[in-house]
Design a binder for this molecule. Structure first.
Ligand code: HMG
Length: 464
């Protein structure tokens, strides 16, 4: 097919985020866990951690976020032709989350919806988004929208990793003429076999995690994706060769904890330094010449390199990334939705006018491992973009209206989840009144493990 006949400007036409209505404060959690003061809040950069009681599972999170998107954006169920789910929170080894979501479409009679679930740690959401966009650009496209949905409940056993949990869901409506366009030909992917974080115990929600290795894998995948992205970008835009990070107006990262993202910006700057000509180094990286013999492989945990490039990139972090960390800081690692919660945070944190016609870099990482760097171009149409962003006005008030729970209660709710994971028959005991309006929740699981969901009342005709 000739490129001129492709649908134009394929990308994200609407985005919806949800997160748990309850959270635990990370300062209180430090005390409760006997960690040194500041370890979770300063060392990891986390303020609050959202969590779900046994009333919510991956199916209910997806039911909630998809319903909200369709209702609030007034999209008819018949207008969806593809629905992809990215998740690593598996409640059934055969039955997909997508098939559960088909309940929402039953009344409309629309069963002609392609797409299923994709799993690889935190990367599944990006796979879902790419699949959705690829469908729109393919010969299979029938002119309808696609939905890319990502949701996870990130929980860790007691110990060092527990404060890096979180939960949430994102749904993205994908189609042509989008306010956020996925730039064609600007995707760089790196996948390899690693045992940095994985879930071999199918009876448990908890992963097996090698924390240090996971950080090394993340940084190494970042290096590789960034260099490949730069190459592809420079081929498309030779006039901007060598500009490196300057080619992005904002940069988003998968965020297991905020501190790693700050270090990642430093890491990209270190890559720019290593890839710079002698002249450029003198001009842009004055005082850092002593690192010219440093290597990527030798520097994952090199404190001198880390500190020097953290300092060097501090302004870039402030200007291009910091605003994207709001939800990660306030809710924690959502796994598959994490990097897209970064997109939402950026959209609500920066005045819309400042983002019009700008390029946003995105780094998505999932352990195991799969990673991509790609870019999104914001539309030139300021009015359309403003309308798109206005739809996210609910996010900050929803964050503010959450209920704080003490670590003792959080810990016992985790034990309830742990004990009853895959129990059948089972009736959850978690509070229903604590949930936000319009939230789907698990009513019960019957003796044959069949799950039934109900919804808390919505406010004003489903417009929350
Ligand atoms: P740890 O090893 O106990 O922590 O757990 P630490 O001792 O390395 O301390 C963390 C930081 O806090 C350090 O900062 C300390 O110095 C600092 P750094 O030196 O590295 O800059 N610190 C303090 N700062 C201020 N005041 C204090 C204080 N004490 C210490 N009092 C670890 C940390 C991340 C390993 C653990 O939480 C973990 O295993 N988390 C899960 C794995 C993870 O998040 N990995 C990230 C990359 S992999 C990824 O992103 C994929 C993932 O999302 C899964 C998926 O793909 O599905 C996880």
């Amino acid at each position: 097919m000739a490129s001129s006949s492709w649908p134009e400007n394929v990308g994200i036409r609407a985005i919806e985020v949800i997160f748990p209505s309850q959270y635990v404060d990370q300062t209180e959690l430090e005390q409760f866990d006997g960690a040194s003061t500041g370890k979770y809040t300063i060392g990891l950069g986390q303020a609050k951690m959202g969590f779900c009681s046994d009333r919510e599972d991956v199916n209910s999170l997806c039911l909630t976020v998809v319903s909200r998107l369709l209702e609030r954006h007034q999209i008819k169920h018949t207008e969806i032709g593809r629905l992809e789910v990215g998740t690593e929170t598996i409640v059934d080894k055969s039955k997909s989350v997508k098939s559960v979501l088909m309940q929402l479409f039953a009344e409309s009679g629309n069963t002609d919806i392609e797409g299923l679930d994709t799993t690889n740690a935190c990367y599944g959401g990006t796979a879902a988004l790419f699949n959705a966009a690829n469908w729109i650009e393919s010969s299979s496209w029938d002119g309808r929208y696609a939905l890319a949905v990502c949701a996870d409940i990130a929980v860790y056993a007691k110990g060092a990793a527990r404060p890096t949990g979180g939960a949430g869901a994102i749904a993205m409506l994908v189609g042509p003429h989008a306010p956020l366009v996925l730039e064609r030909g600007l995707r760089a992917t790196h996948m390899e076999h690693a045992y940095d974080f994985y879930k071999p115990d199918l009876g448990s929600e908890y992963p097996v995690v090698d924390g240090k290795l996971s950080i090394q894998c993340y940084l190494s995948a970042l290096d590789i994706c960034y260099r490949l992205y730069r190459k592809k970008f420079e081929k498309q835009h030779p006039e901007q060769s060598g500009a490196g990070l300057d080619n992005f107006d904002a940069i988003l990262f998968h965020t297991p904890f905020c501190k790693l993202v700050q270090k990642s910006v430093g890491r990209l700057s270190f890559n720019d330094f290593l890839l710079s000509s002698e002249d450029k180094r003198v001009e842009k990286f004055a005082g850092l010449e002593r690192f010219s013999t440093a290597t990527l492989e030798g520097s994952y945990f090199d404190r001198d390199v880390e500190k020097a490039f953290l300092t060097q990139s501090a302004e870039v972090f402030e200007a291009k990334t910091k605003k994207s960390l709001l939800l990660a800081n306030q809710v924690g690692n959502m796994y598959t939705p994490s990097v897209y919660s970064g997109l939402v945070s950026l959209l609500i944190g920066v005045p819309a006018a400042q983002l019009v016609d700008k390029r946003i870099g995105v780094f998505s990482y999932g352990s195991g491992l799969a990673a991509s760097m790609y870019s999104i171009k914001v539309t030139k149409d300021a009015a359309a973009f403003e309308q798109f962003v206005d739809k996210l006005a609910y996010v900050q008030p929803m964050l503010n209206s959450r209920e704080k729970v003490v670590p003792e209660q959080f810990s016992s709710l985790m034990e309830v989840r742990e004990k009853n994971n895959h129990a059948a028959p089972y009736t959850p005991t978690g509070s229903i009144s604590a949930l936000f309006p319009g939230t789907y929740y698990l009513k019960d699981v019957d003796a044959l493990h069949r799950r039934t969901y109900e919804r808390t009342p919505t406010i004003s005709n489903g417009v929350h």
